[in-house]
Design a protein around this ligand. Structure first.
Ligand SMILES: [Mg+2]
Length: 109
């Protein structure tokens, strides 16, 4: 079993042990992920990027990842596969010869 699958199972087990799956529909999980992403952002607000508290960043990033994994579990998605599929799409949108060193959106390359 891959490390990602093991991690996904640990997160699902945490939820099952607390009988929280009843609250975890796709919509509310997506909202929770967005809220945790906002908590991550809050650590950077009114500061230069290097002044953000790394411990708090780790915690909020872990919250975001936890919800991302729960969404993947909810829809029975293979995390490795969907990430690789999206990287392939992004590689097509952002070919190296056009995108290297550029921060432009693919529509403007
Ligand atoms: Mg949080």
């Amino acid at each position: 079993m891959s490390d990602i699958k093991k991690l996904q199972e640990c997160i699902s087990q945490f939820t099952e042990e607390r009988d929280w799956d009843q609250f975890h529909n796709g919509k509310d999980l997506a909202i929770a992920l967005s809220l945790e992403a906002s908590e991550l952002l809050e650590n950077f607000l009114w500061k230069s990027p290097n002044d953000a508290n790394l411990e708090k960043i780790k915690e909020e990033l872990a919250d975001v990842i936890n919800y991302a994994f729960l969404i993947a579990s909810k829809y029975d998605l293979d995390i490795t596969q969907i990430v690789l599929d999206k990287l392939k799409k992004n590689a097509e949108k952002y070919p190296i010869h056009k995108a290297k060193g550029s921060a432009k959106k693919y529509t403007e390359l």
